[in-house]
Every structure is written in structure tokens, then in C-alpha cells.
Design a protein around this ligand. Structure first.
Ligand SMILES: [Zn+2]
Length: 288
């Protein structure tokens, strides 16, 4: 085990990210450098603080399992763990989609980029879905669409609030139009949830982009984000090239979006559970 792993190049932010979307915590060493304040932090300190830098408060990404244990009270039941994409287009880019799926499934021990669970949050029973950014960028294909829809249906049937934590690059291009259809499918299911008057809280974390932003992530009764999260539809470079204008500082970050009325709140990770608990008490009254 090395004591400190040097970054592989000085332009660390510019270089292509590995497929698993991991940006900040990628060292086997005991120390790492915060991307927010460039301070050297003991890895255990960072992990003990839910991957929030104890010096500057920068929020590093966490995986879906860590997210569920952060927000739920303890044990939870998982659903649809065996659903896996059938590769409907037989898609091949640099590698075949089938091969990519298989290696990602082995690396993450998940079948797709979402965990759906049911458990309690401050004693209140909820349905919760958390996206896994390490699974092909948390991208949304037919499996994620189906799992979220089933979670919504469970929420309606059991009158149980729904919380979805997004961390996704958007629709999964390897499934083409089928992944885009998930946006309509989930949005329609969310409308039924709304008609059933069951609350849905959308939590947007770094990054929430593309088709996920354009559908479920922005359809919450409350849309709350973690500080500093990248949230948008198209990337800044595409927008700049289209409108031929330089984008303002902090564009597509949580704080900017809150200021411009796109989000309801920006909530630090360590306060998120209490915030959601409070919001659900507002919607549903005290836990009976
Ligand atoms: Zn920091």
C-alpha cells in the first residue's frame, strides 16, 4: 500500500474520466488530495465524513450502497436485483455492449445502475431508489426505467413516499431509443403517483444530466440537490457552441440552479436525511 498516490497528470480535471465515473476517491493510498481545496486529507477522515471534505466541504461521489445506508435507518429490502439488460440493439462501440455490461456487473456486483429498496427513514416507511454512478456512468436504460416504474407502483400500492437519488450521465446510448422511452414511461408513472397523492422527493447529486434531468430528477414534489453538483441537460461545451456565448461562472451547478429557481433547496449530504424526514413530516404528518 502506498502512502500517497500522485495524480497521473497535472491537468487532472481535463483528462478523460474512467468509465466508472469515479473522480475523487481513486487511490489505494492512505492520503488523498481534495479536488475542492487541494488539501491533503487522511482517507479515513473523508470516509468517516461521508466523503465530504472536512476542510472545505466539497462533496465527493458516493456509491448507491453508501447512499442507502446514509439515508435509511438500517436494514432494507431490495427489489428486482436480477433484472439485466438484454442488449436489444446488439450494440457495439469500442466494445460490445454485452461485454461492457458483463465486466461492469462483475466489477460492481450489481446487475444494473440502480438499487431499489424499501426501508424506514426516521421510522417512516419509504421506497428509495439510488443510482450507481460506477455502473456505466449511472446511465438509464430499460432496466433502470422498469425498476423505477415498479418502485413507483409499489409506492402507490402501499401509499409509501418515494425518494429517488439521481447520479447519472443520462440515457444509456447503447440502448438507443429504448433508453429514451424510459423518460416517458417513468414520467407517466410519476403522474399516477401524483394523482394518488403520494409524495416524491428527488435528490440530485453530482452528476445529474441528460435524460435523467429531463425526466424524473426534475419531477419531484421537492427537487433538492447536494452542494456543488453538476446538474444539466446538455453539456456546457455543446451549449456554448450552439448559442455562441460564454456561459456564466458556476453554470449548471446546484447553487446557480437554486438561485435561478430550478431547484427547491441545496442541502449538504450530512443534513440530507434530516431534511427529507422533515419534508415528509410536512407532507404526511408525524409517523404513526
Ligand atoms: Zn477540500
Amino acid at each position: 500500500m502506498s502512502w500517497f498516490k500522485r495524480e497521473s497528470s497535472s491537468g487532472a480535471e481535463k483528462k478523460a474520466r474512467p468509465e466508472n465515473g469515479e473522480r475523487r476517491v481513486k487511490t489505494e493510498g492512505l492520503w488523498l488530495k481534495c479536488e475542492g481545496c487541494r488539501e491533503i486529507i487522511w482517507k479515513k477522515d473523508l470516509e468517516g465524513n461521508q466523503n465530504v471534505c472536512p476542510k472545505c466541504g466539497a462533496h465527493s461521489r458516493i456509491d448507491a450502497v453508501a447512499r442507502l445506508s446514509l439515508l435509511l435507518d438500517g436494514a432494507y429490502e431490495q427489489f428486482d436485483t436480477d433484472l439485466s439488460s438484454a442488449d436489444p440493439l446488439q450494440f457495439v462501440d469500442q466494445r460490445s455492449y454485452r461485454e461492457r455490461l458483463q465486466s461492469t456487473q462483475e466489477a460492481t456486483s450489481l446487475r444494473d445502475a440502480l438499487i431499489c429498496a424499501s426501508g424506514t427513514l426516521d421510522g417512516r416507511r419509504v421506497q428509495m431508489c439510488a443510482m450507481e454512478p460506477k455502473f456505466i456512468g449511472g446511465s438509464m436504460g430499460c432496466v433502470m426505467g422498469e425498476k423505477i416504474t415498479r418502485a413507483i407502483e409499489r409506492s402507490i400500492a402501499q401509499q409509501m413516499p418515494l425518494i429517488i437519488v439521481s447520479a447519472s450521465g443520462g440515457a444509456r446510448m447503447q440502448e438507443g431509443a429504448i433508453s429514451l422511452m424510459q423518460m416517458a414511461k417513468i414520467s407517466a408513472a410519476l403522474m399516477r403517483l401524483d394523482e394518488a397523492r403520494v409524495p416524491y422527493i428527488s435528490v440530485l447529486t453530482d452528476p445529474t444530466t441528460g435524460g435523467v434531468t429531463a425526466s424524473l430528477a426534475m419531477l419531484g414534489d421537492l427537487n433538492v440537490a447536494e452542494p456543488g453538483a453538476l446538474i444539466g441537460f446538455a453539456g456546457p461545451r455543446v451549449i456554448e457552441q450552439t448559442i455562441r456565448q460564454k456561459l456564466p461562472e458556476g453554470f449548471q451547478r446546484s447553487e446557480f440552479l437554486l438561485k435561478h429557481g430550478i431547484l427547491d433547496a441545496v442541502v449538504p449530504r450530512l443534513e440530507l436525511k434530516a431534511y427529507i424526514s422533515n419534508a415528509l413530516r410536512f407532507f404526511r404528518g408525524p409517523v404513526s
